[in-house]
Design a protein around this ligand. Structure first.
Ligand code: SF4
Length: 341
Protein backbone atom coordinates (compact mmCIF):
# COMPACT_ATOMS: atom_id res chain seq x y z
CA UNK A 1 0.00 0.00 0.00
CA UNK A 2 1.39 3.36 -0.97
CA UNK A 3 -0.59 6.16 0.68
CA UNK A 4 1.14 8.72 -1.55
CA UNK A 5 -0.63 7.29 -4.60
CA UNK A 6 -3.99 7.37 -2.92
CA UNK A 7 -3.66 10.97 -1.81
CA UNK A 8 -4.11 11.98 -5.41
CA UNK A 9 -7.06 9.71 -5.96
CA UNK A 10 -10.52 11.25 -6.17
CA UNK A 11 -11.98 8.31 -4.31
CA UNK A 12 -9.78 9.08 -1.37
CA UNK A 13 -10.34 12.82 -1.56
CA UNK A 14 -14.05 12.15 -1.38
CA UNK A 15 -13.55 9.80 1.53
CA UNK A 16 -11.80 12.53 3.49
CA UNK A 17 -14.52 15.04 2.60
CA UNK A 18 -17.40 12.77 3.63
CA UNK A 19 -15.86 10.97 6.60
CA UNK A 20 -13.86 13.92 7.86
CA UNK A 21 -10.87 11.82 8.94
CA UNK A 22 -7.69 10.87 7.15
CA UNK A 23 -7.13 7.26 6.14
CA UNK A 24 -4.46 6.60 8.78
CA UNK A 25 -6.74 7.68 11.62
CA UNK A 26 -9.55 5.58 10.19
CA UNK A 27 -7.36 2.47 9.96
CA UNK A 28 -6.00 2.96 13.49
CA UNK A 29 -9.47 3.58 14.96
CA UNK A 30 -11.12 0.61 13.21
CA UNK A 31 -8.27 -1.71 14.18
CA UNK A 32 -8.50 -0.60 17.80
CA UNK A 33 -12.29 -1.08 17.97
CA UNK A 34 -11.89 -4.56 16.53
CA UNK A 35 -9.04 -5.51 18.90
CA UNK A 36 -11.00 -4.24 21.91
CA UNK A 37 -14.03 -6.28 20.86
CA UNK A 38 -12.57 -9.43 19.34
CA UNK A 39 -8.91 -9.51 20.34
CA UNK A 40 -6.75 -11.33 17.83
CA UNK A 41 -9.41 -13.94 17.07
CA UNK A 42 -10.55 -14.30 13.46
CA UNK A 43 -13.45 -16.58 12.69
CA UNK A 44 -14.61 -18.63 9.71
CA UNK A 45 -17.40 -21.13 9.08
CA UNK A 46 -17.26 -24.46 7.27
CA UNK A 47 -20.14 -24.29 4.84
CA UNK A 48 -21.36 -25.08 1.36
CA UNK A 49 -23.30 -22.91 -1.05
CA UNK A 50 -26.08 -24.51 -3.04
CA UNK A 51 -27.59 -22.39 -5.79
CA UNK A 52 -30.66 -24.47 -6.55
CA UNK A 53 -31.83 -22.44 -9.56
CA UNK A 54 -30.11 -19.92 -11.81
CA UNK A 55 -33.30 -18.92 -13.60
CA UNK A 56 -34.23 -15.36 -12.78
CA UNK A 57 -36.38 -12.68 -14.33
CA UNK A 58 -35.34 -9.70 -12.22
CA UNK A 59 -32.52 -8.64 -14.56
CA UNK A 60 -30.25 -6.77 -12.18
CA UNK A 61 -27.61 -4.98 -14.21
CA UNK A 62 -24.77 -6.27 -12.03
CA UNK A 63 -25.69 -9.93 -12.22
CA UNK A 64 -23.61 -12.48 -14.12
CA UNK A 65 -25.32 -15.49 -12.59
CA UNK A 66 -28.93 -15.46 -13.79
CA UNK A 67 -30.15 -17.31 -16.88
CA UNK A 68 -33.34 -17.32 -18.93
CA UNK A 69 -35.73 -20.29 -19.07
CA UNK A 70 -33.88 -21.70 -22.10
CA UNK A 71 -30.58 -21.92 -20.23
CA UNK A 72 -31.85 -22.59 -16.74
CA UNK A 73 -30.46 -25.14 -14.37
CA UNK A 74 -32.79 -25.96 -11.51
CA UNK A 75 -31.71 -28.75 -9.22
CA UNK A 76 -33.93 -31.72 -8.45
CA UNK A 77 -34.43 -32.49 -4.74
CA UNK A 78 -32.12 -35.51 -5.02
CA UNK A 79 -29.36 -33.33 -6.43
CA UNK A 80 -29.75 -30.90 -3.54
CA UNK A 81 -29.70 -33.80 -1.07
CA UNK A 82 -26.53 -35.16 -2.59
CA UNK A 83 -24.82 -31.80 -2.20
CA UNK A 84 -25.90 -31.55 1.43
CA UNK A 85 -24.61 -35.05 2.08
CA UNK A 86 -21.33 -34.13 0.49
CA UNK A 87 -21.18 -30.98 2.64
CA UNK A 88 -21.77 -33.02 5.80
CA UNK A 89 -19.00 -35.43 4.77
CA UNK A 90 -16.71 -32.44 4.35
CA UNK A 91 -17.42 -31.29 7.92
CA UNK A 92 -19.79 -28.44 7.02
CA UNK A 93 -21.98 -27.05 9.78
CA UNK A 94 -23.99 -24.85 7.40
CA UNK A 95 -25.48 -24.92 3.96
CA UNK A 96 -26.37 -21.67 2.28
CA UNK A 97 -29.27 -21.92 -0.18
CA UNK A 98 -29.86 -19.08 -2.60
CA UNK A 99 -31.27 -18.97 -6.09
CA UNK A 100 -32.65 -16.74 -8.79
CA UNK A 101 -36.24 -15.52 -8.85
CA UNK A 102 -37.71 -18.36 -10.83
CA UNK A 103 -41.40 -17.78 -11.65
CA UNK A 104 -42.06 -21.51 -11.66
CA UNK A 105 -41.02 -21.97 -8.02
CA UNK A 106 -43.59 -21.21 -5.36
CA UNK A 107 -43.71 -21.43 -1.56
CA UNK A 108 -44.38 -25.19 -1.72
CA UNK A 109 -41.09 -25.74 -3.51
CA UNK A 110 -39.12 -23.76 -0.90
CA UNK A 111 -40.85 -25.52 1.98
CA UNK A 112 -40.20 -28.91 0.39
CA UNK A 113 -36.55 -27.99 -0.03
CA UNK A 114 -36.21 -27.14 3.67
CA UNK A 115 -38.16 -30.18 4.87
CA UNK A 116 -36.17 -32.53 2.64
CA UNK A 117 -32.88 -31.29 4.10
CA UNK A 118 -34.11 -30.87 7.65
CA UNK A 119 -35.58 -34.36 7.87
CA UNK A 120 -32.36 -36.03 6.69
CA UNK A 121 -29.46 -33.95 7.94
CA UNK A 122 -28.38 -32.24 11.11
CA UNK A 123 -27.07 -29.04 9.55
CA UNK A 124 -27.86 -25.32 9.89
CA UNK A 125 -29.86 -24.00 6.93
CA UNK A 126 -28.96 -20.43 6.05
CA UNK A 127 -31.28 -19.59 3.20
CA UNK A 128 -33.22 -17.19 0.99
CA UNK A 129 -32.56 -13.50 0.46
CA UNK A 130 -35.27 -10.89 1.21
CA UNK A 131 -35.89 -10.82 -2.56
CA UNK A 132 -36.64 -14.55 -2.55
CA UNK A 133 -38.84 -14.18 0.54
CA UNK A 134 -40.89 -11.50 -1.17
CA UNK A 135 -41.17 -13.65 -4.30
CA UNK A 136 -42.49 -16.68 -2.45
CA UNK A 137 -44.80 -14.72 -0.12
CA UNK A 138 -48.44 -15.04 -0.93
CA UNK A 139 -49.65 -11.89 0.76
CA UNK A 140 -48.17 -12.09 4.22
CA UNK A 141 -44.39 -11.98 4.65
CA UNK A 142 -44.79 -12.87 8.34
CA UNK A 143 -46.79 -16.01 7.65
CA UNK A 144 -44.31 -17.04 4.97
CA UNK A 145 -41.39 -16.59 7.35
CA UNK A 146 -43.23 -18.52 10.08
CA UNK A 147 -43.81 -21.43 7.67
CA UNK A 148 -40.19 -21.39 6.57
CA UNK A 149 -38.99 -21.33 10.16
CA UNK A 150 -41.07 -24.31 11.13
CA UNK A 151 -39.86 -26.17 8.04
CA UNK A 152 -36.26 -25.75 9.20
CA UNK A 153 -35.01 -22.33 8.15
CA UNK A 154 -32.20 -21.44 10.58
CA UNK A 155 -31.15 -17.97 9.42
CA UNK A 156 -31.15 -15.80 6.31
CA UNK A 157 -28.51 -14.08 4.21
CA UNK A 158 -29.08 -10.33 4.17
CA UNK A 159 -28.27 -10.16 0.50
CA UNK A 160 -30.23 -8.18 -2.13
CA UNK A 161 -29.43 -5.09 -0.05
CA UNK A 162 -26.98 -3.71 -2.62
CA UNK A 163 -27.06 -0.02 -1.61
CA UNK A 164 -30.11 0.82 0.49
CA UNK A 165 -30.86 4.00 -1.37
CA UNK A 166 -33.56 4.01 -4.03
CA UNK A 167 -31.78 6.53 -6.27
CA UNK A 168 -29.07 3.93 -6.82
CA UNK A 169 -31.42 0.93 -6.82
CA UNK A 170 -33.49 2.45 -9.63
CA UNK A 171 -30.36 2.56 -11.75
CA UNK A 172 -28.77 -0.77 -10.99
CA UNK A 173 -31.72 -3.03 -10.11
CA UNK A 174 -35.03 -1.30 -10.95
CA UNK A 175 -37.05 -4.55 -10.70
CA UNK A 176 -35.72 -5.51 -7.33
CA UNK A 177 -37.40 -4.86 -3.97
CA UNK A 178 -37.05 -1.29 -2.68
CA UNK A 179 -34.90 -0.36 0.28
CA UNK A 180 -38.04 -0.09 2.45
CA UNK A 181 -39.19 -3.55 1.37
CA UNK A 182 -35.75 -4.95 2.20
CA UNK A 183 -35.96 -3.40 5.65
CA UNK A 184 -39.50 -4.72 6.15
CA UNK A 185 -38.59 -8.32 5.28
CA UNK A 186 -35.46 -8.21 7.43
CA UNK A 187 -37.26 -6.64 10.39
CA UNK A 188 -40.06 -9.20 10.26
CA UNK A 189 -37.47 -11.99 10.20
CA UNK A 190 -35.66 -10.50 13.19
CA UNK A 191 -38.93 -10.13 15.11
CA UNK A 192 -39.61 -13.82 14.55
CA UNK A 193 -36.16 -14.71 15.88
CA UNK A 194 -34.65 -15.45 12.46
CA UNK A 195 -31.16 -13.93 12.45
CA UNK A 196 -29.72 -12.54 9.24
CA UNK A 197 -26.49 -11.13 7.98
CA UNK A 198 -26.32 -7.60 6.60
CA UNK A 199 -24.55 -6.87 3.33
CA UNK A 200 -23.66 -3.93 1.12
CA UNK A 201 -22.64 -4.20 -2.53
CA UNK A 202 -20.43 -1.20 -3.25
CA UNK A 203 -18.04 0.06 -5.90
CA UNK A 204 -20.40 0.91 -8.78
CA UNK A 205 -22.44 4.11 -9.07
CA UNK A 206 -22.76 5.04 -5.41
CA UNK A 207 -20.85 7.70 -3.52
CA UNK A 208 -19.26 7.59 -0.07
CA UNK A 209 -22.34 9.50 1.16
CA UNK A 210 -24.61 6.69 -0.02
CA UNK A 211 -22.37 4.10 1.59
CA UNK A 212 -22.71 6.01 4.85
CA UNK A 213 -26.50 6.22 4.45
CA UNK A 214 -26.53 2.45 3.97
CA UNK A 215 -24.43 1.80 7.07
CA UNK A 216 -26.59 4.09 9.18
CA UNK A 217 -29.77 2.32 8.00
CA UNK A 218 -28.26 -1.02 8.98
CA UNK A 219 -27.34 0.39 12.37
CA UNK A 220 -30.86 1.74 12.90
CA UNK A 221 -32.43 -1.63 12.06
CA UNK A 222 -30.03 -3.33 14.46
CA UNK A 223 -30.94 -0.94 17.26
CA UNK A 224 -34.56 -2.06 16.97
CA UNK A 225 -34.23 -5.84 16.79
CA UNK A 226 -30.58 -6.94 17.24
CA UNK A 227 -31.06 -9.58 14.55
CA UNK A 228 -27.93 -9.01 12.45
CA UNK A 229 -25.10 -11.42 13.18
CA UNK A 230 -22.50 -9.73 11.00
CA UNK A 231 -21.94 -7.10 8.33
CA UNK A 232 -20.41 -8.13 5.00
CA UNK A 233 -19.20 -5.48 2.55
CA UNK A 234 -19.23 -6.98 -0.95
CA UNK A 235 -17.37 -5.18 -3.75
CA UNK A 236 -19.14 -5.16 -7.11
CA UNK A 237 -17.34 -7.39 -9.61
CA UNK A 238 -17.71 -5.94 -13.12
CA UNK A 239 -17.38 -9.09 -15.25
CA UNK A 240 -19.96 -10.53 -17.65
CA UNK A 241 -22.58 -7.99 -16.59
CA UNK A 242 -24.13 -4.84 -18.00
CA UNK A 243 -23.17 -2.57 -15.11
CA UNK A 244 -19.52 -3.49 -15.57
CA UNK A 245 -19.64 -1.96 -19.06
CA UNK A 246 -20.51 1.37 -17.43
CA UNK A 247 -18.16 1.29 -14.47
CA UNK A 248 -15.18 -0.25 -16.26
CA UNK A 249 -12.70 -2.33 -14.34
CA UNK A 250 -12.96 -2.55 -10.62
CA UNK A 251 -11.26 -0.10 -8.30
CA UNK A 252 -9.67 -2.10 -5.58
CA UNK A 253 -7.06 -1.99 -2.89
CA UNK A 254 -7.18 0.60 -0.19
CA UNK A 255 -10.77 1.51 -1.03
CA UNK A 256 -11.95 -2.00 -0.11
CA UNK A 257 -10.08 -1.80 3.17
CA UNK A 258 -11.52 1.61 3.97
CA UNK A 259 -15.06 0.36 3.41
CA UNK A 260 -14.38 -2.32 6.01
CA UNK A 261 -12.86 0.24 8.39
CA UNK A 262 -15.76 2.60 7.94
CA UNK A 263 -18.24 -0.21 8.65
CA UNK A 264 -16.34 -1.13 11.81
CA UNK A 265 -16.41 2.47 13.04
CA UNK A 266 -20.05 3.25 12.14
CA UNK A 267 -21.34 -0.07 13.49
CA UNK A 268 -19.36 0.07 16.75
CA UNK A 269 -21.52 -1.09 19.65
CA UNK A 270 -24.13 -2.35 17.21
CA UNK A 271 -22.71 -5.19 15.06
CA UNK A 272 -19.62 -6.87 16.48
CA UNK A 273 -18.67 -8.97 13.47
CA UNK A 274 -17.40 -7.50 10.22
CA UNK A 275 -16.52 -9.93 7.46
CA UNK A 276 -13.85 -9.60 4.81
CA UNK A 277 -15.09 -11.78 1.95
CA UNK A 278 -12.17 -13.84 0.60
CA UNK A 279 -14.09 -14.75 -2.56
CA UNK A 280 -14.61 -11.11 -3.48
CA UNK A 281 -11.41 -9.53 -2.11
CA UNK A 282 -8.98 -12.34 -2.77
CA UNK A 283 -6.77 -14.01 -0.19
CA UNK A 284 -4.12 -11.30 -0.08
CA UNK A 285 -6.52 -8.43 0.55
CA UNK A 286 -8.58 -10.42 3.01
CA UNK A 287 -5.43 -10.87 5.14
CA UNK A 288 -4.92 -7.12 5.12
CA UNK A 289 -8.57 -6.52 6.01
CA UNK A 290 -7.86 -8.12 9.41
CA UNK A 291 -5.96 -4.94 10.30
CA UNK A 292 -8.72 -2.66 9.00
CA UNK A 293 -11.50 -3.89 11.27
CA UNK A 294 -12.50 -7.31 9.91
CA UNK A 295 -12.69 -10.22 12.37
CA UNK A 296 -14.19 -12.87 10.10
CA UNK A 297 -13.28 -14.22 6.66
CA UNK A 298 -16.53 -16.00 5.81
CA UNK A 299 -17.08 -19.58 4.73
CA UNK A 300 -15.15 -22.35 3.04
CA UNK A 301 -18.04 -22.42 0.52
CA UNK A 302 -17.11 -25.68 -1.30
CA UNK A 303 -19.02 -24.39 -4.29
CA UNK A 304 -19.46 -20.80 -5.38
CA UNK A 305 -21.36 -19.76 -8.49
CA UNK A 306 -22.57 -16.20 -8.07
CA UNK A 307 -19.28 -14.30 -7.83
CA UNK A 308 -17.48 -16.85 -10.01
CA UNK A 309 -19.88 -16.14 -12.89
CA UNK A 310 -18.22 -12.72 -13.28
CA UNK A 311 -14.88 -14.38 -13.97
CA UNK A 312 -13.36 -11.91 -11.47
CA UNK A 313 -13.72 -13.71 -8.16
CA UNK A 314 -11.32 -16.05 -6.40
CA UNK A 315 -12.74 -19.40 -7.43
CA UNK A 316 -14.74 -21.43 -5.11
CA UNK A 317 -13.38 -23.45 -2.23
CA UNK A 318 -10.97 -22.80 0.59
CA UNK A 319 -10.41 -25.79 2.83
CA UNK A 320 -10.59 -25.37 6.59
CA UNK A 321 -6.82 -25.93 6.89
CA UNK A 322 -6.18 -23.23 4.31
CA UNK A 323 -8.48 -20.80 6.12
CA UNK A 324 -6.58 -21.41 9.34
CA UNK A 325 -3.22 -21.00 7.62
CA UNK A 326 -4.27 -17.70 6.06
CA UNK A 327 -5.41 -16.38 9.45
CA UNK A 328 -2.25 -17.57 11.25
CA UNK A 329 0.00 -16.12 8.55
CA UNK A 330 -1.70 -12.79 9.13
CA UNK A 331 -0.65 -13.01 12.80
CA UNK A 332 -4.14 -13.80 14.09
CA UNK A 333 -5.80 -16.69 15.91
CA UNK A 334 -8.27 -18.81 13.87
CA UNK A 335 -11.59 -19.80 15.40
CA UNK A 336 -14.14 -22.01 13.66
CA UNK A 337 -17.58 -20.57 14.29
CA UNK A 338 -21.19 -21.57 13.71
CA UNK A 339 -23.44 -19.62 11.34
CA UNK A 340 -24.90 -17.32 13.95
CA UNK A 341 -21.59 -16.99 15.85
S1 SF4 B 1 -28.90 -10.57 -8.54
FE1 SF4 B 1 -30.41 -12.11 -7.92
S2 SF4 B 1 -32.38 -11.13 -8.34
FE2 SF4 B 1 -30.86 -9.97 -9.51
S3 SF4 B 1 -30.82 -10.94 -11.54
FE3 SF4 B 1 -29.22 -11.94 -10.32
S4 SF4 B 1 -30.19 -13.74 -9.46
FE4 SF4 B 1 -31.83 -12.35 -10.15
Amino acid sequence: LNPGDFKRSKVLENFLRVVGKNIFDVQIESNKINLDKNGNKVSYVVNRNINFTNRCEVNCSFCAFSRSKKREKTLAMEEVSKKVENAKDGGATEICLQGGINPELDIDYYLKLLREINSKYDIHIHAFSPQEILHMSEGSVEKTLEKLKSAGLGSMPGTAAEILDDRIRKKICPNKLTSDQWETVISKAHKLGISTTATMMYGHLESWEERLIHLKKIKKIQEKHSGFTEFIPLPFLPGNNELGNITGSRRKGLEDLLVISLARIVLEGSIDNIQGSWVKLGKNMVSKSLYFGANDIGGTLMEENISSSTGKATRGYMRKEEMEKLIKNAGKVPVQRKTIY
